[in-house]
Design a protein around this ligand. Structure first.
Ligand code: GLN
Length: 201
């Protein structure tokens, strides 16, 4: 199983470390030709969603990634990655917009918005949750389902092949959220009909 990790900016290296612990292969997506490599899943890390969106456009990666995600490529977005996937963004602009959620950027305030807590995530259990200038999900639409709620706000959700967390599981030693994503990758592998290798694009 091979996971591509968007590595333009932000906390991508930590995702690789966790995937490595779980025995999954990964590689970094830094430019358009990296999208030609076959991948079974995609991780969009934390960072700054506006900067990532702009870099994706400048590097001409946006449209192809959008097509891959819409086509069913299992995708896991953490924090800024969650914002990239949201259909509606309060305090920012819609980027891929593939997931039926409304997200509020910097929802906990810009300065004091970083904290850690523990909470229950459906399908995973009780976990540490590290929030860094995090968004939360204000509203769920369509097929999206909430997986975790902290202080009355949705902080994790799933819609078919897409998984998002407002917190950073890659910044803890716990591998269970990534293991959950790898299970999703396995179950969706059969359904995903995007070409093995993106050379047809
Ligand atoms: N505040 C960032 C944004 O709006 C997200 C922060 C993060 O990814 N840790 O994109």
């Amino acid at each position: 199983m091979r996971i591509g990790i968007l590595a333009l900016q932000g906390a991508f290296a930590e995702h690789r470390t966790i995937l490595h612990k779980l025995g999954a292969e990964s590689f970094e997506i830094r430019q358009k030709r990296d999208l030609d490599r076959s991948m079974d899943g995609l991780i969009l890390p934390g960072g700054e969603s506006t900067v990532m969106g702009k870099l994706l456009q400048d590097l001409d990666c946006f449209a192809m990634l959008h097509e891959m995600i819409s086509g069913g490529l299992p995708t896991f977005g953490t924090c800024a990655g969650l914002i990239l996937l949201a259909r509606f963004v309060e305090g920012g602009e819609t980027q891929f917009g593939t997931m039926d959620i409304t997200v509020r950027r910097n929802a906990y305030g810009r300065q004091l918005g970083s904290f850690a807590t523990t909470g229950e995530m459906e399908g995973v259990g009780e976990i540490s949750m590290v929030f860094i200038r995090a968004p939360y999900i204000e509203k769920i639409h369509g097929n999206a389902k909430p997986l975790a709620v902290v202080d009355g706000h949705i902080v994790a959700a799933r819609q078919d092949h897409q998984l998002v967390t407002a917190f950073h599981p890659e910044l803890t030693a716990d591998t269970r959220v990534h293991a959950y994503f790898l299970e999703m990758v396995k179950t969706h592998a059969a359904k995903y009909d995007f070409p093995e290798n993106g050379t047809t694009h």
